[in-house]
Design a protein around this ligand. Sequence first.
Ligand code: ADP
Ligand code: MG
Length: 382
Amino acid sequence: MSTDAILPPATLGMLGGGQLGRFFVHAAHEMGYQVWVLDPDPNSPAGQVAERHLRADYEDFAVLDRMAAECAAVTTEFENVPAATLDYLAKFIPVRPGAAAVAVCQNRIAEKTFLADNALPHGPFVAVREAGDLADVPATMFPAILKVARFGYDGKGQATVHDASEAMQAWQGFGAEACVLEKRLRLDCEVSVVLAREASGEIKVFPVAENRHRNGILDVSITPARVDEALAEQARQVAAHVATRLEYVGTLAVEFFVSDGALVVNEMAPRPHNSGHATIDASIADQYMQQVRALCGLPLADPRPHSAAVMVNLLGDLWYRAGDERAHEPDWSVLYAVPNLRLHLYGKHHARPGRKMGHFTVIDADVERAFAVAMAARRAIG
Ligand code: ADP
Ligand code: MG
């Protein structure tokens, strides 16, 4: 253990107040820490459960001064924290992951360039900063997906395009912002690897998750992924390589495509990940505890799963019925009737279509049985 380990009852800082931050707060509390959350949203899920919720902008430097004075270290739960915020806090307290690693993950051009520079598997892409960048795109790139370089999530800021002129139109539609154009790959499936890395370089990897999306949003995550073991091992190694090259400290997620049998990195998230939620219920240590440990300079815990798990996201759509504009609370008793199902609701006050409101995880020794129970539970709740 590092001699300067941060121990309870120290106060930890969290930038961002979404559900990933909320689970971090739960883990930190269980381990004896206190947490201050910075998020401008007065109803933020993490702010509701933290010792202190600083309702301020991420670039409010007076508030950052208070955070630096009260918190022993600070971490983040979303990739769009301004680099200036991380750099400023790092003058006073440890910021993990650091600004440089977050900067790579928060910009798709930087991210793809990082993969290419480090000879990590990635799909064909073109960086689009000006109109001329779309002039000589080879026909083999199409059909393609144009993605805004910054601030996209859950499939937002993306357009499928079939030729250069459609790409130009879509780019103008995005306000001529920096974008990447990616060849649309034929996907066998999608998988992800969540891991944690200590400042010493030690890495602990969670089981590979198999992810199904609906409308660009993660829908179902199955662990362990039902893929070839050699492919799973390659995914774990590539993810570890990404973490090492980023000199990453904290919990990191790497999303992959499996395309024509080959593994391709899609994107990285410098934080815990939706596909790692199952670690809360199915592993000895979960992705949030690892984030606390890495942040505090404690040795990482054992990431082994004790069960297979199937996680299902619950979106705001579930609150609405056809022909009725009012939101209705779903009948949760339907899910509580399933004995090996754990329901997690995030405390969000307003259900909107596409908004992640909660999730449930079905735990079983057998992954196929967990999947069958999860799908039946999903049908039952609507
Ligand atoms: P987000 O930041 O919204 O998660 P992603 O780049 O991961 O953005 O895209 C969301 C989903 O869209 C992916 O998980 C995948 O299902 C699909 N997708 C994105 N890029 C491609 C691609 N190049 N080829 C095929 N499908 C893609
Ligand atoms: Mg993604």
